[in-house]
Design a protein around this ligand. Structure first.
Ligand SMILES: [Fe+2]
Length: 455
């Protein structure tokens, strides 16, 4: 098909009056036809003496007949057609650029605040579905330990069957190895196609590059035969570059978070090491606390605060002397006062660390009691931070059921009884109920006996 129609060009640019005047000025006659021979213009006395082609990009779009004088009109029409084609290309390029910029802007808006790799992948998939014709999208990330790409998110019809990609194997593996984005419009006939790869007609695959290293790939496919163009690939690669930066950021953040939690656990473990009889107390308090938090439906931010508080609840014991902390017989009043100070020491230790500040209430108040008779401040009811109220139940339950050198731990039934007995005085009753309704119970009892407990 001709890139532009001569008939439409004449109409669109309202050329007829100008052509008539030109023919009259040249004192000649003219016949203009389109490429199919349809008559577009003919003046009085015109004859088909000589034929001049109207061309655009080397292709004829019409003919002009008349004397030699009309050659100039054929050239003029060819020039106008060329400029029309250029204008269209420019409009199309501008539109594509606009699409690309809008995509970039929207993506940046969405993913820049996202620090979870899977969530970033999900947002990228959502965006790809919006701007590119596709029936499936998959995002693979490099597992540096195994050196294979692992599927972390995907969606759509004909979605990925294989959950891993090896370097150089299949089309995706080849894109990983080359580091270059590709269009494959006839997947099954591609020599690199491997049977493990999902059957799609057309696909585009782009590497996710961070600092020149491939950290993953993104792959889109269409079950129907689609001819992906260079323009599609450009848009797709833009999306992939942006996704790579965001995924890398999120991944770095996750690594940092892991390192942070490891440091916090190590800190808490140093306390446990001083008192070997408390083995794994911190871990269990954290697990019970999180189970209660989940049952109460605490938001993510509160859960993080709760986790940190639970892990660090007894960190202040580092400030209590061994002869008091490890004493195996009953404590004197003065010694007990020293033990009580661990809640305050805990606050002093962690309040100076910005990332741990949110855990201060949980650490400082975990020995406060619902009735106001706890320490160090004598807070009561809702005055006590929610994380501290939860940690109090988890901590007491674990202390009751653990063996100590000077006494055996209570049986589970007796410990449950104690929690019920002190619910409303020592413990917040809502938290005690949440403990009994939590999945911690699953670890202790079968479904039947759990019913018994709840009754
Ligand atoms: Fe404590």
């Amino acid at each position: 098909m001709a890139p532009v129609s001569l008939s439409k060009l004449i109409k669109k640019r309202a050329l007829m009056p100008m052509l008539c005047r030109l023919v009259s000025d040249l004192e000649t006659s003219i016949i203009i036809e389109d490429v199919e021979g349809q008559l577009l213009m003919a003046t009085d006395g015109a004859e088909r003496l000589t034929q001049y082609s109207v061309t655009v990009a080397g292709e004829a779009i019409g003919r002009v007949y008349g004397s030699e004088k009309v050659a100039v009109i054929a050239t003029l029409l060819s020039g106008m057609a060329e400029s029309e084609v250029e204008k269209r290309a420019l409009v199309s390029e501008t539109l594509n650029k606009y699409k690309e910029i809008t995509l970039l802007y929207e993506m940046v808006e969405k993913v820049s605040s996202c620090l979870d790799t899977k969530e970033v992948a999900r947002l990228v998939i959502e965006e790809a579905e919006r701007v590119i014709r596709l029936t499936s999208v998959s995002v693979f990330l490099l597992n540096k330990d195994t050196d294979v790409l692992e599927l972390i998110a995907g969606c759509g019809q004909g979605q990925e069957v294989a959950t891993t990609v090896e370097r150089g194997v299949g089309i995706a593996g080849s894109v990983w190895a080359s580091g270059r984005a590709e269009i494959v419009n006839d997947v099954e006939n591609d020599p690199r196609f491997v049977s493990g790869e999902v059957k799609i007609s057309s696909m585009m695959c782009a590497p996710l590059k961070a600092k020149d290293a491939v950290v993953g790939i993104i792959k889109i496919g269409s079950e129907q035969s689609v001819v992906y163009t260079a323009e599609d690939l450009k848009l797709f690669t833009t999306l992939a570059s942006l996704a790579a930066v965001s995924i890398e950021n999120a991944s770095l953040y996750e690594q940092l978070k892991d390192a942070f939690y490891t440091t916090v656990y190590t800190l808490a473990e140093t306390i446990e090491k001083r008192d070997p009889y408390t083995g794994n107390h911190t871990k269990r308090v954290m697990e019970y606390s999180l189970a209660i938090g989940r049952t109460l439906g605490l938001p993510e931010e509160e859960m993080t605060r709760l986790q940190l508080g639970a892990v660090l609840h007894d960190i202040g014991k580092i400030g209590v002397r061994d002869n008091v902390l490890l004493k195996q017989s009953a404590l004197t009043d003065e010694e007990f006062e020293q033990i009580k100070m661990h809640a305050v020491y805990g606050e002093e230790i962690i309040s100076g660390i910005a990332q741990l500040k949110s855990a201060v209430p949980g650490v400082k108040q975990h020995h406060e009691k619902h009735n106001g008779r706890g320490y160090p401040l004598g807070l009561k009811g809702d005055e006590i931070d929610i994380t501290a109220r939860i940690i109090a139940v988890a901590d007491s339950f674990d202390a009751m059921t653990s063996n100590r050198p000077y006494r055996n731990g209570l049986s589970l039934d007796d410990a449950f009884e104690e929690l019920r007995k002190f619910s409303g005085s020592q413990f917040d009753p809502e938290i005690v109920d949440a403990f009994f309704a939590s999945d911690v119970m699953d670890a202790f009892f079968t479904a039947n006996s759990r019913q018994k407990i709840l009754l």
